[in-house]
Design a protein around this ligand. Sequence first.
Ligand SMILES: Cc1cc2nc3c(=O)[nH]c(=O)nc-3n(C[C@H](O)[C@H](O)[C@H](O)COP(=O)(O)OP(=O)(O)OC[C@H]3O[C@@H](n4cnc5c(N)ncnc54)[C@H](O)[C@@H]3O)c2cc1C
Length: 508
Amino acid sequence: MDVDVVVVGAGPVGLMVACELALAGVRARVLERRAAPRSHARALSVHPRSVELLDQRGLLERFLPLGRVVPGWHFAGLRTALDFTALDSRHGYALVLAQTRTEALLEQRARELGVEVCRGVEVVGVRQDGEGVEVLSRVSGGTETVRGRFVVGCDGGRSFVRRAAGIGFPGSDETLSGVLGDVAVVDPPPGALDVARERGVIVVPLEGGLTRFVYVDPERMRVPSREPVAWEEFRGSLVRITGSDCGVAGPRWLSRFGNATRLAERYRAGRVLLAGDAAHIHFPAAGQGLNTGLQDAVNLGWKLAAEVKGWAPPGLLDGYDAERRPVGRSVTQNTEVQTLLAELTLVERYRRPAAALRELLERLLGMAEVNRWLAGQVSALGTCYPPAAAGADPLVGRRMPDVGLTIPGSSARRVCELLVRGRFVLLALAGDPACGEVALEEAVGAGWGSRVTAVTARTRDAHADLDGVVEVLIRPDGHVAWATRTPDAGARAAERVRALTAWAGTPS
Ligand SMILES: Cc1cc2nc3c(=O)[nH]c(=O)nc-3n(C[C@H](O)[C@H](O)[C@H](O)COP(=O)(O)OP(=O)(O)OC[C@H]3O[C@@H](n4cnc5c(N)ncnc54)[C@H](O)[C@@H]3O)c2cc1C
């Protein structure tokens, strides 16, 4: 084998998958068609769960200074924002950061971890057999073949890898398109940008003195997304929608995007896996595509690494599809709801009832509980994977709360910091940290030491979800694999061994 895993596509998702694999000691090579990184940013947001994931890999300090923190995000362009600050997270905010920056930082990290990122390499063939995969690429001056144990298709919505693996991509074709423009704004007429916002145009200040406008123009919304946007069209739409050209003066980038919505019929076909836009596409409503893809990557990375390293318990890798496809389905559904609302608002025949529907939704979003629920969906902090066994502790499948800890002899101060190496964490929360540690380390040391970090700690913050919890097994992606509240040390030890075997494989 030339490498363990071939990752196709150096977008944010391919780079994140490669980082996760390399962190787990797996040799990964990324093949990317483009000769140079993209110069235009599609996504502008890193949502709270993605921020948490960056934090738990020790990467957040690279991202935070380059972005702008905002307390919430919109849903369907409604005036009442989703309030991320009300969510149970240290990172109850969205980080406004150009996708180009996200990609550059992830590529830097991937290279630091020893990943080969090969540009100017277009994958044109994928073939799998019992032992591995053969990936054929077109490179300048000819073709080359790489052999690996697995291939991960992170090659975007038109994924070649998905088609080569014969994985269907059912869903609906594009019926509506929107436009984005990154442009300079000079002396806008007073109040013009506020009027634009009131009329449904998204206006976001960018770096370098540019402003992003995003809108759906009722007169142009049936234009196919493949049709380029002319400057006259862009200005004309702004005038039509807002009553002025908002002072726009010179485009840096104009682009059209559509609402084709599709979900891969499976995320795995033997040795081929899919992540990110290769697995799900939808209208970019509420900024979820890149974020969902990053979360796919972190769910997949450790499972695939376990398979490559040979210790994955049965079904672990298939759990990637089982856990992430429902999330993909839910995201495609909520973006369809948002698109439908936009469309109804713009079609003359439905304008009045659509306005009434928007008012109703505004009122609902004004209710703290409703707002919190929807913010949990869009931020992905509400993502909970179904427990494998009936009767599991309510914590199982959820994100482990990032509580403060006291751990003798350790610099880690939060749960999140324990996950920096991308391993399981077995955390005992009861008893005296000084003496509990030995028993736990012995348990893990009996064969799981290279996959699991054992820690005994006292929590420094009270957290209702952890009331009575004495021991937790945290997965490398930060979700809870097992938790127990039993005070009976013997019963706990037996449960612990079962949980470690079910998740971290048989002891080596
Ligand atoms: C207007 C707009 C705004 C958006 N805003 C947001 C937002 O605010 N928040 C958010 O979360 N998401 C947003 N998105 C979605 C986000 O941009 C995508 O979900 C994200 O880029 C997906 O990342 P990816 O790595 O899966 O795929 P991509 O970014 O598409 O990367 C795929 C890579 O694979 C390469 N590739 C393709 N085929 C091959 C091949 N055969 N061989 C080798 N390489 C290949 C491509 O060159 C590309 O570099 C937005 C999208 C649009 C269109």
